[in-house]
Design a protein around this ligand. Structure first.
Ligand code: KVN
Length: 841
């Protein structure tokens, strides 16, 4: 008998659903009801009075009032799913970069205008109050934000999709700059309380680690395995509501938090070490303490593997629990009714865990278990970078998850038998296709496990998906061509246009109505208006106001004054060599050199903004941050430069910062080495808000250019194929010597113009640019980049033409809504029926 029960709540004596307890009086959406509620929460729940002057408590009171309106819709949505017993999808992800919730909830409930007006009567400005909300920064960048946009679109499309993730105590670190260098601060986002979550202790799960496998004979005399002598951890779910756009649907994001079991401490406890026993709880709770801050690179830390298994196991057990409560113990229909979408390989141990649950706990035979598992899992790949491909040492698996390693070996043995039948005698191919990579330290290749265990494998943009099947996964494509497909990424226009750009929203609504908010294809109806001078003028006014708002942010945070009439040239994303922020800096130095050489006739004043976080262990990326700050300092303080060029690095880039940045941007920098950026999603946010892209033929840039037309896109650089060819004979020193512009830039860098008092600090960056092995081939694209930038500058001088292009970018962004992406996933992978919830009585 366990001394601690996972569900320590006493059951109701009446175990039937209690309709009396849950019958709801629908809350009013009018100003009066809302204000009454806000005041009630402010005084009766939060206990504040008229002496309290921070924005935090009004924020909390407002959030509770809004949240109440989500609750009744949430409950009825979940009831409808249960009643219809519909097929469902679970999005498993180590990251959900949700950002702020209040604004999004108000927009989707259609109470933002009412509340703005009502709060003003209380002497409060809604936007000021909403600023108090900390970002939920449970993700690194694109991959985590994509998961958040997917949830928004699924709720809007009324698809029964639930997100499963981890409730990190500390999200993505906060960044500040000291002497030009990045400094990391912990992000304790839950410190002041989170009104957007509901703890659901009653659905606590138990997750095991360690121990070993034991074999035994069951009642039928069959040999079975069980995992014994484990050290267990509890997984406590916290649910966040995910509202659809004005449709009564509220889906769920369920995040797991680790907690110690009490029985685990019993031994120590009985030995008289009560305080030590309680102290060792920390160990369990560590699992969900912090998000790993690496974007597109693995780090191989044991705790990370624990996080991955913790998420996979708790989520699968939760789904099975729910299944049994609705359908009883039989699992024959399970694959027909359930689908798991794996967000990259991070949750891929779920393949082995589902097998374990079906074999060991449900007592199925291998073939039945495998047919369920491999008809249920689907895998999305997000990167081709070799350093991001997850591999875990077999040794670590054996230590931490011994029973799962057994199962992975068995999956591999059966897989290799299939390979041997298809290609008899081809041992090289068998070695290539094995889940286990042999060597001094054998490794489990997680991508291979994902591919073998899934019925669908997709990339995130056309080029990326093509490169996957031609390169990295070529052998697997030959084996199972039907499994592979593309799903081009998107972003939600609710957050990335309607919410973040209220002025443009008003202009669009005025001209074409508001159908675009839930059907972005409609936005193309503004294309003809690009030819109307009056419309362009209104557009220009909106853009200028948004640039003013961005300039104010830059001035507050960086102390640099941007002139809203200048060209706003923006690159914001994780700092990574493949994204080539360094190429952008070289261009800034080039412009600086031109000004210094008095070569600035017909000049276009330009404000260059960069922002992004470098992984704390990525020295070269951190040095790029330092260089950006140093170059900016020299340029901004040179009186000879004046207003012709400004440069700033905005610290602590995050979702809520992008909400101010993308509406105020003229030129979007998407300049990765071709073939390296799987998709990009920032590129889409900028396009939607009417920026022109300067970019390479990489990731979704290609599709953006296809949609908008090449005359409204500033293309430069080598293609992926040209990069592949030129790599063999790449001589950056020669390229530099032959280019007067690039020589001049390198000279300034090398003579220490930007590090006068810190000699030599930029040598590693200079060496990288000059290396024939530079994987990112900066020098190869420099000249063509500078030409494209010159074209941009010239076009900007003709404002009428520029604005026309900006409008057309926005008008042709329809494809890049995650509504479209989710419809593609649903049509080709999930096959879910939309479910309309019963409106509350
Ligand atoms: C890898 C490890 N992406 C990752 C990653 C840990 C955390 C994140 O996914 C985006 C896509 C970007 C790609 C990014 O770089 O091009 O737009 C969403 O598909 N993050 N791996 N790949």
């Amino acid at each position: 008998m366990p001394y601690y029960s996972e569900n320590h709540f006493a059951p109701l004596v009446l175990s039937k659903p209690n309709k009396k307890l849950t019958s709801l009086k629908v809350l009013g959406m009018d100003k009066k009801s809302l204000l009454r509620n806000i005041k009630h929460y402010y005084t009766h729940r939060l206990g504040r009075d008229s002496n309290c002057s921070t924005t935090h408590y009004p924020y909390m009171a407002l959030s509770f009032a809004v949240r109440d309106r989500l609750m009744e819709r949430w409950i009825s949505t979940q009831h409808s799913y249960d009643e219809q017993n519909c097929r469902r999808t679970y999005y498993l992800s180590l990251e959900f970069l949700m950002g702020r919730s209040l604004g999004n909830a108000m927009l989707n409930l259609d109470i933002d205008a009412t509340l703005r007006e009502g709060l003003l009567e209380l002497g409060l400005v809604l936007e000021e109050i909403a600023e108090s909300e900390p970002d939920a920064g449970l993700g690194n960048g694109g991959l985590g934000r994509l998961a958040a946009c997917f949830l928004d679109s699924c709720a809007t499309l009324q698809l029964p999709v639930k997100g499963y993730g981890i409730r990190y105590q500390y999200g993505m670190f906060r960044q500040h700059i000291e002497n030009g260098y990045q400094v990391e601060d912990p992000d304790h986002w839950l410190r002041d309380g989170n009104p957007w979550e509901v703890e659901r202790q009653e659905f606590t799960q138990r997750v095991s680690f360690g121990g070993h496998t034991e074999y035994y004979k069951d009642a039928l005399g069959l040999t079975r395995a069980r995992w014994v002598d484990t050290r267990d951890v509890l997984a406590v779910p916290f649910d966040t509501p995910v509202p659809g756009f004005r449709n009564g649907t509220v889906n769920t994001l369920r995040l797991w938090q680790a907690a110690a079991t009490d029985e685990f401490d019993l031994e120590e406890f009985n030995a008289g070490s009560y305080t030590e026993a309680v102290g060792s709880k920390n160990n369990a709770e560590n699992i969900t303490m912090v998000l790993y801050p690496n974007d597109s690179s693995e780090n191989g830390k044991e705790l990370r593997l624990k996080q991955q298994y913790f998420l996979a196991s708790a989520s699968l057990k939760d789904v099975l629990r729910k299944w049994k409560s609705l359908n009883g113990d039989r699992l024959d229909d399970f694959a027909a009714k359930n689908c798991f979408q794996l967000n990259d390989t991070h949750p891929t141990v779920a393949v082995a865990e589902l097998m374990r649950l079906l074999l060991d706990e449900e007592r199925m035979d291998w073939d039945s278990a495998w047919s369920i598992t491999s008809a249920t899992m689907a895998y999305t790949n997000h990167t081709l970078l070799p350093e991001a491909l997850e591999r875990w040492p077999v040794r670590l698996f054996r230590q931490l998850l011994p029973r799962l390693l057994d199962i992975i070996y068995e999956i591999n043995a059966r897989h290799l038998a299939q390979v041997a039948t298809r290609w008899p005698g081809d041992t090289a191919r068998q070695r290539r296709l094995s889940i286990i990579e042999e060597g001094p330290e054998p490794q489990v290749r997680m991508a291979y496990l994902a591919i073998i265990g899934s019925f669908s494998i997709n990339g995130v943009a056309e080029l990326h998906s093509k490169l996957l099947v031609e390169g990295l996964f070529r052998d697997f494509y030959e084996l199972w061509p039907e499994k592979f497909n593309n799903k081009t990424n998107g972003v939600t226009q609710r957050r990335w246009l309607a919410h973040c750009n209220p002025q443009l929203k008003a202009l669009l609504n005025d001209e074409i109505g508001d159908a675009w908010i839930s059907d972005l294809k409609q936005i193309q109806r503004i294309a003809p208006l690009a030819g109307r001078a009056a419309f362009r003028q209104r557009w220009a006014k909106v853009k200028r106001d948004n640039k003013k708002r961005l300039a104010d942010l830059v001035e507050r945070e960086c102390g640099v004054r941007f002139n809203p009439d200048a060209l706003f040239d923006v690159q914001v994303k994780r700092i990574h060599e493949y994204k080539r922020q360094l190429l952008n800096v070289l261009h800034c130095i080039h412009l600086y050199a031109r000004i210094k050489a008095d070569d600035s006739d017909n000049w276009t004043p330009r404000c260059v903004l960069l922002a992004g976080k470098a992984a704390p262990g990525y020295a070269q990326a951190k040095l790029i941050v330092k260089l950006i700050n140093n170059v900016a300092k020299v340029i901004n303080n040179d009186p000879q430069v004046g207003d012709r060029l400004k440069m700033a690095f905005l610290p602590n880039y995050r979702v809520s910062a992008m909400e101010v940045i993308c509406p105020g941007t003229d030129l979007s920098e998407q300049i990765s080495t071709a073939g390296k950026e799987a998709s990009g999603t920032g590129n889409m946010k900028f396009m939607m808000n009417g920026a022109l892209t300067i970019g390479t033929l990489d990731g979704a840039n290609i599709e953006i250019r296809e949609e908008v037309g090449d005359e409204h896109f500033l293309l430069f650089g080598l293609t992926e194929e040209e990069i592949k060819v030129q790599r063999h004979d790449y001589q950056p020193d020669l390229i530099i010597a032959r280019s007067r512009d690039l020589s001049r830039v390198m000279e300034l860098l090398e003579k220490g113009q930007f590090n006068q008092f810190e000699p030599g600090i930029f040598d590693p960056l200079i060496a990288a640019i000059r290396s024939p092995d530079d994987p990112w081939m900066l020098a190869a694209d420099f000249t063509s980049y500078v030409e494209a930038q010159q074209t941009a500058a010239e076009r900007y001088l003709c404002q009428e033409e520029w604005i026309r292009s900006a409008i057309l970018n926005c008008a042709h962004s329809g494809k890049f809504s995650t509504d479209r992406t989710m419809q593609d996933y649903n049509r080709e992978i999930w096959r879910l029926d939309p479910i309309r919830p019963q409106p509350p009585a």
